[in-house]
Ligand binder design. Sequence first.
Ligand SMILES: O=C[C@H](O)COP(=O)(O)O
Length: 219
Amino acid sequence: MKTKQEITEAIIEQGMLPLFYHADMQVSLDIARSLYKAGIRVIEYTNRGEAALENFKALKDLQQTELTELLLGIGTIKTTQQANDYIAAGADFIIAPIVNADVAKTVTDAGLMWIPGCMTPTEIHNATQLGAEFVKLFPANILGPGFVSAVKELFPGVKMMPTGGVDMSAENIAGWFKAGVVAVGMGSKLITPAVLNEKNYNQLYNDTLQALTLVKQAR
Ligand SMILES: O=C[C@H](O)COP(=O)(O)O
């Protein structure tokens, strides 16, 4: 089992956490392969559809057989039942769009890292009271980098990762890092509907390299 510190360091080193769900298992596996080929070593699969748990288990198999350096987390975990299901399935870390004390306890009691979603100073505070040192700012495009600049002094030591609407522009990514985030989460602006419709994994590979370069330049 990976420690909180190992997960934290891996996300920070990568600087960009790709997140996705796809109902088709094969597509989910191919996306993970393509991201990995581009150098991605931490992925958040999201619990956003009926096939999520089954697909996640297939991704765990892929991690064990082929993508052996990958850390595989699960996102969109809102209930203890969901948390327990994915802990049993071998999730390396758990991400949520909300702050929920029962989920926090379930995840941390299992020894896993819990990254809750926060949108206000009160939510960040409550998350830290429940043990979080790393939070997802969500939805990030509603908050903007100005939110980070305004609140970061209030929460020294809390690592922030904006997610939701983070796009592939140098300006957008640089703005977040300048404000003080440690990483950005990227979903549909990286793993785009166009890439998925055309199963254009070569495009995804190139876009991922580009996103990683933008993060490096932004730091
Ligand atoms: O929690 C994740 C977000 O919904 C992802 O947003 P995005 O697709 O705009 O990156």
